[in-house]
Every structure is written in C-alpha cells, then in structure tokens.
Design a protein around this ligand. Structure first.
Ligand code: KE4
Length: 431
C-alpha cells in the first residue's frame, strides 16, 4: 500500500501548519506514522490521495451519520450555494433547521446557532455564569468540550482541587475557575458542591462520554447529576455535540429521559459543514444578546449552506425507515465481531458502545471513567490501528476517541471490518 503522495503532501503541509495539520488529533501522534491525505469520500468509504480505499469509522469525528457525500446533502449544498454562500443576515433555513432541532430536543425552548462545538459550549457556560451569577464550572476528567481556555482543564490532585490547565497559554486563574471530578462519580460531584458552596454555576457533561473513548453513564448518573446541580442552585449542561442525533433522534437526553437546562449540539446538525448550537430553557436563553446582557456573536452563525446541509441530513435520517434500529443492529454486529476476534487469539479487550458510537479498549477491565480508560495499552492500540489501516479500515487515530458506524455501512462492510480485525489481532498475537 503506497502512501507516497500523502507523505509528499504532509511534508509540504509542515511548511504551513503546526504539525502539518489543522487539528492536533489528525497528526496521528498517538498511533505513529504519518497521516494519509484524503481525496474523496462516498458512503462508508474514503479514498486517500494515493488511491487507497478505506472503510471509514471516523466519519469526520461524528457528523457523517449518513456517510460521505449523501446525494440529498450534496444537492442541498449545491442549491444553497447557487443562492450565495453567506448573507450575514437572517435567513429562512435557520428557522427550518431550528424547528427540526427543537422538535427533537424539547428542552431547547430557545437556541442559538454558532459555527463549532467549542463556540456552543463556551457560550452556554458564559450564559450559565450570568444566569446563576457564579463563576466556577464543574467538568469531568476525560470530558472534552472544545478548546475554550477554562475547559482545557484536567483534574487536580484532590476531588475539589481547582484544575490545572491541559494547555500552555491558559492563565492559572482561568484554569482555576474549573473543578474536575471523575466521570460516573456522583459522590465526587456532591463533595465538590460541599467544598465550594454557592460558587459553581454549572456542571457540563458529555451524557455519553466520547472523548476518553466511549464511556456510558452509569445507571442513575445523569439523573443524579441534574438533581445535584439543581439542589445546589447550579445548571446542568449536556454537551451533546457527539451524542445529538447520534445515539437517538433526541440525543442522550431522549435516550435516558432526562432534560438538562442547556444543551450543546454540533457535528450531525451541520451534516459535515460548520454548525454548532446551544439552547435550553427560555428564561435562561433570553439573557443572550440582543435579548439580554450575555454577548455572543458570529459572522457565519446560521450560514445558509451549513443550514442546508443540516436540514438535508436530519430529513434524510427521518426519512430512513428504522434508522436508529438499523444503526443499532449493524453496530451490535460489529461489537460482537470485534469481541469474538479478540477472544479467538486471547487478547484482552473491553468494548464500550452506545448505539453507533463505540470504542475497543485494549484493557482487561471495565472502562467506566478516565482513570480506567488510561489503563489501556495504547501501544497495542497503535499497532492495531496500523494493522487495520493495512486491512483498509480507517479507525480514529487514538485509543481515546469514538468510532462511528453510519447508515452507509452495509452488513458486508461490517463483515469485512470484522475480517480485518481478525487478521489484525492474529498479527498482534504473533508479534
Ligand atoms: P468543535 O469545536 O471541534 O466543533 O467541537 C468541540 C467538541 C465539543 N464537545 C464534544 C463532546 C466534542 O467531541 C467536541 C469535538 N470532538 C473532537 C473529537 N472527539 C473533534 C476532533 C478534533 O478535535 O479534531
């Protein structure tokens, strides 16, 4: 498998971009080797610039639940482009997409479109601080909510220790506005409020974690989280940038039957174009400018092309008979096939899956939080990633990411993936 053209392009890219990429995880640092450059995608497959075709389980990190270049999405973008790329003014597609979103997420009584998941979470947390007149935010170790300064925080040593920053350039007093506790640990959440009463504006959580690898909420965790936040006068914010329209039409809040105060969306609602959104209770959202004093703005918010892609994506899902049942069936087939392939060669793995988002951890135990996730054998994952690539299966280049099954992945694609995994595991066992 030649990747000569990718190597040439990666060398040139180094002249323009830090690490040769426009987002760090694309550089493949945690799996080694150099990234392939993608030339095109169609359905469940992508083709790199050397003509190598792969079954794609990254799906642009979640947006492509329909697969690549779905005809309805392509046609919608083309038609919108003929009417102009951007107006910087209100347009009807904004209302049409919002109508679909609030229909699926009734907790989002009011909402605002932005252009990324980071903007959505950053804005929602600014709003929560204004609504509660408090400054601190509580997040979970291993939770990723975009790259706003105060969200690049990792756990300090103790439960209620103020966070340290995960990134250079974030002043310690900014990082210290964030508390970090273990995921799936309600006692730690309660303790944080006990130690810092009246200070915490909001809890922000991935209702199904995707950024430490997939980690489902423990039974009662989300319900307990919302109740604890409200008991202490804080807001509950669900970051559904990944899970929104992924784990069900109503996201994780629909799947688990629990409504947060604010919801952040992204990825699928843009169908592959830059869209984020945040929304929630009307009394909270009406604080957002120009209705209220919380400022948030964006040149390309509600961009007509992005709105068209989002509308076409949601309509195509809605028009697909039993879409989520089919995603569940195919994803369950993949999960079982991966488990069986690893068991056949006695490689200990742990697979976490919610709907069509899943992670295979090279881990002997159950992965229920960041600490247990980081017990995984990342070297073995790197070798597995490269073996799967050779077998023409394109996985997320990190043990701590979610793989995504799309409606374009056929039963044959799933069977081919399992065959590739069997070969990969046999190679790992032999070496
Ligand atoms: P963006 O700003 O990248 O659109 O969204 C940030 C974000 C917010 N919330 C959640 C739960 C997210 O997963 C993300 C972004 N996800 C990562 C991968 N897990 C995007 C890939 C990348 O960073 O290149």
């Amino acid at each position: 498998m030649s990747t000569r053209r990718s190597q040439q392009l990666f060398a040139r890219a180094q002249e323009f971009f830090p690490g040769g990429v426009n987002s760090p995880v694309r550089a493949w640092h945690s799996v080694g080797g150099e990234p392939v450059f993608i030339a095109r995608g169609a359905g469940a497959k992508i083709v790199d610039v050397d003509g190598n075709e792969y079954l794609d389980y990254v799906g642009s990190w979640g947006p492509l639940i329909l697969g690549h270049s779905h005809p309805r999405v392509v046609a919608a973008i083309q038609a919108a482009a003929m009417r102009g790329a951007s107006y910087g003014a209100p347009c009807e597609p904004e209302i049409e997409l919002a109508q679909r979103i609030t229909g699926a997420f009734p907790s989002m009584e009011r909402m605002r479109f932005v252009s990324s998941g980071t903007e959505a979470t950053m804005s929602a947390l600014r709003l929560a601080r204004a609504f509660t007149r408090r400054s601190k935010v509580l997040k979970f170790a291993g939770g990723y909510h975009g790259h706003a300064d105060f969200l690049l925080a990792r756990a300090g040593s103790g439960i209620a220790t103020l966070a340290l920053s995960d990134s250079a350039g974030v002043p310690s007093d900014i990082a210290a506005t964030t508390l970090v506790v273990p995921y799936n640990n309600l006692q730690a959440v309660e303790q944080a409020f006990h130690v810092r009463p009246e200070e915490i504006a909001a809890i922000v959580v991935e209702p199904v974690a995707g950024n430490m690898g997939v980690v489902p909420p423990a039974p009662g965790f989300l319900q307990g989280l919302v109740a604890t936040a409200h008991h202490h006068g804080a807001l509950a914010i669900f970051d559904e940038v990944i899970t929104g329209f992924r784990v069900g039409w109503g996201g994780a809040q629909g799947l688990f039957g629990i409504a947060p105060d604010l919801t952040c969306l992204g990825k699928i609602v843009g169908g592959g174009l830059p869209v984020g959104a945040y929304g929630g209770r009307r009394e909270i959202m009406d604080l957002v400018a120009p209705s209220g004093p919380v400022y948030q703005a964006g040149t390309l918010s509600g961009n007509p092309l992005a709105m068209a892609a989002g509308i076409a994506t949601l309509d195509a899902i809605a028009d697909t008979p039993n879409a989520y049942a089919e995603l569940e069936r195919r994803s369950a087939l993949l999960e079982q096939g991966l488990r069986d392939a690893a068991r056949q060669v006695a490689i200990p793995v742990s697979v976490n899956r919610v709907g069509s988002m899943l992670t295979l951890f090279f881990n002997r135990g159950t992965v229920a939080d960041y600490d247990s996730a980081t017990q995984s054998d990342t070297d073995l994952f790197a070798r597995y990633f490269r073996a799967m690539l050779t077998n023409r299966v394109y996985l997320p280049p990190s043990q701590f990411e979610a793989a995504f099954v799309s409606l374009a992945h056929s039963d044959q694609d799933i069977a081919d993936t399992i065959d590739g995994a069997q070969t990969a595991f046999q190679g790992l066992r032999a070496s």
